[in-house]
Unconditional design. Structure first.
Length: 226
């Protein structure tokens, strides 16, 4: 187990207190260098196993935890479940060497806001961290593809998907990909206000209450527009 005390807050731009959990020291060192250059992320602690992560989460109260899944002893999925039971305000981004749909779904079921593969680039990692910090869902593209393809093969489309219109399904797809309303508006060439209307309608029709729930719904149903 390793720890690092929070550095003095000399820049008001720092607003994400992050803990990094992974059992590979070289990977943590590489990620640390990326995070230190981000400008808006403060790395407050590091852990190399699930038990240490729980203890450090209590001590440092991070906003976001990047949680490796393949940890020795207590795995990242169980550590996520226990950590969020103690502090539901923490946002967890699952980190794995594989774009595995089962692991991604298990992390989401444990309460994680997102999932990213270790093969992702630094910009994708930072985008994922910032998305979950804002309460959004985030799935790395390869993981999302693996999940949706698997669910298409093994699960029939739920009846609830039929209640969504074409544009609503497009908006749902982009929301599940972690896009903001402004980004969705630009992609679909519609007004941001229209995106917000679609999002409210989707939540009302499906009886869902936040973007994380929408993300879980989208990947579980395997909607054909995703």
């Amino acid at each position: 187990m390793s720890r690092s005390a929070p550095p003095p807050k000399i820049a008001s731009v720092v607003n994400i207190r992050l803990m990094l959990v992974d059992d590979h020291r070289l990977l943590r060192e590489a990620l640390r260098a990326i995070l230190e250059q981000a400008g808006d992320i403060e790395l407050v602690a590091e852990a190399d196993n699930g038990a240490a992560a729980l203890a450090l989460a209590r001590e440092f109260a991070p906003n976001v935890v990047v949680m490796g899944i393949g940890l020795e002893g207590m795995g990242g999925i169980e550590a996520t479940r226990r950590m969020l039971a103690e502090n539901p305000d923490i946002k967890v981004l699952g980190l794995s060497a594989f774009s595995d749909r089962r692991m991604a779904l298990q992390m989401l079921e444990a309460g994680a806001r997102g999932y990213i593969a270790k093969s992702a680039g630094s910009e994708e990692l930072l985008r994922g961290i910032r998305a979950v910090a804002q309460g959004q869902g985030f799935l790395y593209a390869e993981a999302a593809t693996a999940i949706v393809d698997g669910l298409r093969r093994h699960s029939p489309q739920g009846k609830q998907g039929d209640v969504l219109g074409r544009r609503e399904r497009e908006v749902l797809q982009l929301l599940a990909d972690g896009r903001t309303s402004a980004q969705i508006a630009q992609t679909l060439s519609i007004a941001t206000g229209t995106v917000e209307v679609h999002r409210r309608n989707i939540m009302r029709k499906l009886d869902l209450h936040n973007v994380a729930e929408l993300t879980k719904y989208a990947i579980r149903k395997g909607l054909t527009s995703l």
